[in-house]
Design a binder for this molecule. Structure first.
Ligand SMILES: [Zn+2]
Ligand SMILES: [Zn+2]
Length: 638
């Protein structure tokens, strides 16, 4: 994919930290030139968590060079040169480029070839500006911080290769990455967080705690949950079902595939084709749903009725079936299956729906970017008058979940459309876009939830709200979405009879506060560092008998059975290991609670409670210890 050039408007929107990091890339280029004056530079933008500069240089830069490059950068920061802006004509800029004076400390024998190419691609009506810090002059639209001294604390992090403009037909450059912050403390905190994140990496813990696996014969991006991981998914589903039931949702079930006609109707084809798995071509006649032939028999070849029989003489129809890449169209069909009146609304259809996305193999990442997903999905159909109440209730549900999971920092990103892309990226309904965006914005404002508005990132059928959450160690995850849809109900011809007996189109809200199992469990693993609260813990209690006396073993077994009878996920370690070894093994698997059983416990009808990470809590009467476990699970507070 080719990299797009940033527009002037996008550049003007650079945040303070992006401005600082982009300025750091000028300082980086200055330092590289002090060491290797022949270096040729291409682009040096800020990126997520840092910045880079692409450099063409015969010397292969390695992390061993970072120290001396950083030393030169420090000098440039210490000299505190102002970033001076100069506007020049296209000819002047090209002239300087020919003399090698762009992205350089002085004129050079070789022209600044990448900068010349960039100038030639700047639209004729756009101004050309140069920025200078000390001797370094660069072609750049800005903006920057005031002086090099404002760059603060920085560190080079990586060097990789990259093609000029991301096109493999172009020369290969060296991309030197770094990051920068206002203060040394922020920089240290950032690297501290990365260090902790490494320990909490969900791929690493997923393996150690036996939560999920990938297998080459199953395919990349297709995670399988082991029993310990499946338990977490089951608990999340239980939570969702209870919460949604109380909020008046109804559950539905739908198949994993559908015909092409459905996705043409929804508009996912062609808008979304790239993210869908290629279709399966099937020979099947449109089945009659009137009942005469659809369920008649299995034909001579053992095939289900509804498919063309060899004797029928009918022209076979070919159909394309797609793996579903979203649950919405199936739910819309369920709305349409029964005549609806305003009295049926709001109608809230929920399903932990499985769907499949075709992600490029290079994009796949642990549980975060996968090809099969199970989503905490629901579609709410309502009248315009019901929108505010419903939308608010959905937001409330999000907030309650965040509280339960101890997610303290989150942000709602309200993505709107770009009017210049109607008919391409966004359905061509200018009035409806305006109306729904207005409604959504009003509800957000009135509810006092913190949000930012992001233009040009809406779904193709309506504005959406992405929820970004920060884990316990401050790592950012995008975990849930909430979308307002005015277009699909219309495309599907969904109607309800209003009070005045006139057919009207409902508004639809798509929402998934717990996101997909894959991403949400990935998030939770890192958030909790694998130390799940009791209610989510794959193994809630492990009973650890001391020694091998038959009476102690019997007593331990009776406790195990009692726990299991109450649906507690309990195991027993009957190995002949010493108790310390048993405890260590349970700690390693991050088992939430251990009941250590010795002779004295048996005599007192007690258990010695040990909680992972908290240590020994002492002997407790058996009935009390069990009641506490049950209560904590019930309340989801442990
Ligand atoms: Zn710049
Ligand atoms: Zn949907």
């Amino acid at each position: 994919m080719k990299e797009e050039r940033k527009t002037l408007e996008q550049r003007a929107e650079m945040s303070d930290i992006e401005r600082l990091r982009h300025s750091a890339s000028h300082v980086l280029a200055t330092a590289i030139l002090k060491l290797w004056p022949e270096a040729q530079f291409a682009a040096g933008p800020p990126v997520e968590n840092g910045f880079y500069y692409d450099v063409d240089l015969p010397h292969r830069i390695s992390p061993d060079d970072f120290e001396k490059i950083e030393a030169e950068m420090k000098k440039e920061i210490k000299e505190n040169h102002p970033f001076e802006r100069m506007e020049v004509s296209r000819d002047e800029a090209l002239e300087m480029g020919k003399k090698g004076r762009l992205a350089a400390l002085s004129e050079r024998p070789e022209p600044s070839k990448y900068k010349i190419d960039i100038i030639e691609n700047i639209p004729p009506d756009e101004k050309i500006s140069l920025y200078r810090n000390g001797d370094f002059i660069d072609l750049c639209a800005g903006p920057h911080v005031m002086r090099t001294g404002n760059v603060g604390a920085f560190k080079l992090t990586n060097v990789a290769s990259a093609y000029y403009k991301g096109d493999e037909k172009n020369p290969q450059l060296q991309r030197v990455y770094g990051t920068a912050f206002k203060t040394k403390k922020e920089l240290d905190d950032y690297f501290g967080m990365l260090e902790e994140a490494k320990k909490r990496d969900h791929r690493k813990l997923g393996k150690e705690l036996e939560l999920f696996v990938f297998d080459d014969d199953v395919g990349p991006g297709l995670p399988m949950f082991l029993p310990r991981g499946a338990v977490i998914a089951d608990e999340l589903e239980k939570l969702a079902k209870e919460t949604e039931f109380a909020a008046g949702y109804q559950r539905v079930r739908t198949p994993h595939i559908a015909r092409e006609s459905m996705y043409k109707k929804s508009g996912h084809l062609p808008y979304y084709a790239e993210s869908m798995f290629p279709p399966m071509e099937l020979e099947d006649r449109l089945p009659s749903l009137s009942g005469q032939t659809a369920f008649s028999a299995v034909d001579d070849f053992g095939r289900q009725a509804g498919r063309p029989s060899a004797m029928s003489g009918e022209t076979p129809d070919f159909h394309r079936y797609y793996l579903k890449a979203m649950n919405c169209p199936h739910h819309h069909k369920l709305f349409a299956a029964i005549p609806r009146s305003y009295r049926d609304l709001p109608l809230r259809l929920a399903e932990y729906g499985t769907y499949y996305r075709y992600e490029q193999s290079g994009e796949l990442f642990g549980l975060m970017r996968v090809r099969s997903l199970q989503m905490n999905d629901a579609h709410l159909y309502m009248t315009p008058e019901q929108f505010e109440t419903e939308f608010n209730a959905v937001n409330e549900m999000y907030l309650n979940y965040f509280k339960l999971f101890g997610i303290e920092k989150y942000l709602m990103r309200f993505s709107t459309h770009d009017p210049s892309k109607l008919g391409q990226k966004f359905v061509d309904e200018p009035e409806l876009w305006k109306k729904t965006e207005e409604m959504t914005r009003n509800v957000l404002k009135r509810s006092g939830i913190e949000y930012v508005e992001v233009p040009n990132e809406a779904a193709f059928y309506g504005p959406k709200i992405d929820v970004q959450a920060w884990s316990a160690i401050g790592r950012e995850f995008s975990i849930a979405t909430n979308q307002v849809d005015f277009a699909q109900p219309r495309r599907f011809g969904l109607v309800y009879k209003d009070r005045d007996n006139i057919e009207k189109t409902p508004i639809c809200i798509h929402r998934a506060p717990l996101g997909t199992h894959e991403r949400f469990i990935g998030f939770l693993i890192e958030h909790y560092a694998g130390n799940f609260p009791l209610w989510l813990s794959p193994e809630q209690v492990r009973v650890l008998p001391i020694g091998d006396e038959a009476k102690v073993l019997d007593y331990s077994m009776s406790i195990l059975n009692e726990l299991r009878a109450h649906q507690v996920r309990a195991e027993i370690d009957e190995s002949s290991d010493k108790i310390n070894g048993k405890i260590q093994r349970a700690e390693q698997m991050k088992v939430h609670t251990m009941f250590v059983i010795g002779k004295r416990d048996l005599e007192a009808d007690a258990v010695s409670v040990r909680v992972h990470g908290k240590g020994n809590l002492g002997a407790t009467p058996r009935s009390e210890a069990i009641a506490e476990i049950l209560h904590s699970i019930q309340e989801r507070n442990g």
